[in-house]
Design a protein around this ligand. Sequence first.
Ligand code: BV8
Ligand code: ZN
Length: 289
Amino acid sequence: MADFLSQFTQLPSGEGPSSDMKAFREVFGAAKNIVVLSGAGMSAESGVPTFRGAGGYWRTYQAQQLATPESFKADPSLVWEFYSYRREVMHSKSPNPAHKAIAELEARLKPQGRSVTVITQNIDRLHHKAGSESVVELHGCLFRTRCTKCGDITDNNESPICPALKDKGAPDPNAMSADIPVSDLPSCSKCHGLLRPHVVWFGEPLEGAVLSAVDEALEQCDLCLLVGTSSVVYPAAGFAPRLAARGVSVAEFNLEPTPVTGSLKYHFQGKCGEILPEAVKRHPSEPEQ
Ligand code: BV8
Ligand code: ZN
């Protein structure tokens, strides 16, 4: 087993991944189809709270307590306050240097016949705002709604999303629930049914089309950048190990090791807004712009 794993590590002793940026840059310079797997840490330096750590609480709840169909059924007003708050927070947030470096990389490599595909767990749309074009939103989007009655899916950037949610959703632990009646919650323009955020909650399956897009991107992938994710939520957490098991180079950019770090080729410790732009800047083998 050790020799099987050691092929994924740089060090002959096989103890864990390499942090040799020079070696990574050579692999990067030769890569044809790069996949960026991103999590909440990609948006942390934009001021968007991550799920783990202090920022992961809204009032006295953790996201995974509210991001479930059961919670929405039990208290749609509370869950809408949570999502309305996260929507409103995003109006003052913008892409950080990590988002921008990935968007610039995609544009720079395209004329070289090389691809960059972002597969994100984030629902904040910051990759799109940074200019990335090839983006797969695994878990949906804060700014799309789905009707619980007729299934209609619509983009929605309204602020607030409905009058009853104006100035609601305060995150502090002792904020009172607004207890908004369902009739005053966001409703479908087509059938007046109750709308929900078009996001994937815990216990809900990812969309088939999304999973097919993931399979296709992973099939072609010859270099994966795993950025700002704790790699604990499945199926997303399984994508990088699936690539590593096939011998694809995976480089993790994170503040700390994660449960998948040991199976990866590279681990670069630090803030992705600082280390990622350096890692993906133009390689000498690339044509001058
Ligand atoms: C499914 C959208 C099957 C909503 C999200 C046991 C019981 C029940 C379920 C399960 C179970 N075991 C497994 C499951 C399945 C479950 C799961 O994996 N649970 C976990 C908790 C064990 N998964 C699901 O339910 C999925 N569906 O399996 O369906 C199925 C099939 C058929 C039929 C029915 C069902 C659906 C999961 C999707 C849930 N929705 N989001 C919303 O956002 O509100 S998940 C949400 O949490 C995010 O999208 C993301 O995926 C996850 C948070 O993870 P991260 O993004 O990694 O963020 P985190 O804060 O954790 O970590 C941040 C990282 O960044 C850290 O490592 C930190 O060090 C680093 N960092 C911070 N700052 C920086 C940085 N790095 C670099 N630079 C920085 N500056
Ligand atoms: Zn409807």
